[in-house]
Design a protein around this ligand. Structure first.
Ligand SMILES: Nc1ncnc2c1ncn2[C@@H]1O[C@H](COP(=O)(O)OP(=O)(O)O)[C@@H](O)[C@H]1O
Ligand SMILES: [Mg+2]
Length: 229
C-alpha cells in the first residue's frame, strides 16, 4: 500500500439482498489509485462497475472489505461524515445522470455548490467548462427540455463544479456523439493534467479508455486485468 494512493481498496465485497436471491456484485476487489491518476474501468454489463463506483463515492456501503478514500476508512465514518466526504471530495457523474427534474440545469449544478457550502459566483474557469460542454445557452432549461446528451453534459458540469479531488464518472460519454465525447474526454484529461484531479471513468468504449493512464477490467465482480497504459 503506497501512501500517495488517494483510493485504497482491499477485499471489497458487495452483496445485494434486495431480491429473493442474493446478488454477489463484488467478489473481492483490490485496487490502489494514485493521487492524480486517470483510470479507466471497463467490463461487461452487470460485472459490478457501477457498484464499485457507488461504494467509492460513499453512495453505497460495502458488505465486506476496506475502502480508504483520501486517508479516511469509509467504514469508520458516520452517515453524516460519509455524506460530507462525498460532497467535498468526490464529483460523481451518474450513468443515468440523476438530475433533479424540477430544477433548471443551472440549479442542478448550483445545488452541488450549495451542499458543499461553496458560495460566491461561478469562476471564469468553470464558465469556460460550461462553454466547452456546449451547455451555456441551455442552463435555464429543466432536464426534460434537454436532450440525453445535454443532460449528460449538465451532469458532468455538476460533478466538476466544486473542483473535487476525485471525479467518479460512470460512462460519461455513454449518450454523446463522437464530437461531444471527444470534448468531454479532453476536458477530463485537461483537469487531470492541469489540476491534478484524480479521475476514475467507467466506459465501454476502447477509444475513451485510451485517454486514461491505466485500464482496469472487471469481470464477475473481480479485477480481471490491470494494465498500466
Ligand atoms: N441496487 C441493487 N439491488 C440489487 N441488485 C443490484 C443493485 N445494483 C446492481 N445490482 C446487481 O449487481 C450486479 C452488478 O451491477 P452493476 O454494478 O450495476 O454492474 P455494471 O455497472 O458493471 O453494469 C448486477 O447483477 C446487478 O443486477
Ligand atoms: Mg453500470
Amino acid at each position: 500500500m503506497t501512501s500517495d494512493s488517494i483510493i485504497q481498496v482491499r477485499g471489497l465485497q458487495k452483496v445485494y439482498r434486495t431480491g429473493d436471491v442474493p446478488v454477489r456484485a463484488l467478489r473481492g476487489i483490490d485496487l490502489d489509485v494514485a493521487r492524480g491518476e486517470f483510470l479507466a474501468v471497463i467490463g461487461p454489463s452487470g460485472s459490478g462497475k457501477s457498484t464499485l463506483f457507488h461504494i467509492l463515492g460513499g453512495l453505497a456501503a460495502p458488505t465486506d472489505g476496506e475502502v480508504i478514500v483520501d486517508g479516511q476508512n469509509i467504514r469508520d465514518l458516520s452517515d453524516a461524515r460519509r455524506t460530507e466526504l462525498r460532497q467535498h471530495k468526490v464529483g460523481f457523474v451518474f450513468q443515468k445522470y440523476n438530475l433533479l427534474p424540477t430544477l433548471t440545469a443551472l440549479d442542478n449544478i448550483l445545488i452541488a455548490r450549495y451542499l458543499a457550502r461553496q458560495n460566491g459566483p461561478l469562476s471564469d474557469d468553470f464558465k469556460r467548462i460550461l462553454d466547452l460542454l456546449g451547455i451555456t445557452k441551455r442552463l435555464d432549461h429543466k432536464p426534460r427540455a434537454l436532450s440525453g446528451g445535454e443532460q449528460q453534459r449538465v451532469a458532468i458540469a455538476r460533478a466538476l463544479v466544486n473542483r473535487p479531488a476525485i471525479v467518479l464518472a460512470d460512462e460519461p460519454t455513454g449518450n454523446l456523439d463522437t464530437e461531444n465525447s471527444t470534448i468531454v474526454l479532453e476536458l477530463l484529461r485537461a483537469i487531470n493534467h492541469d489540476r491534478g484531479q484524480t479521475i476514475l471513468m467507467i466506459t465501454h468504449n476502447p477509444e475513451a479508455a485510451a485517454f486514461a493512464d491505466r485500464v482496469v477490467a472487471i469481470r464477475d465482480g473481480r479485477i480481471a486485468v490491470d494494465n498500466p497504459g
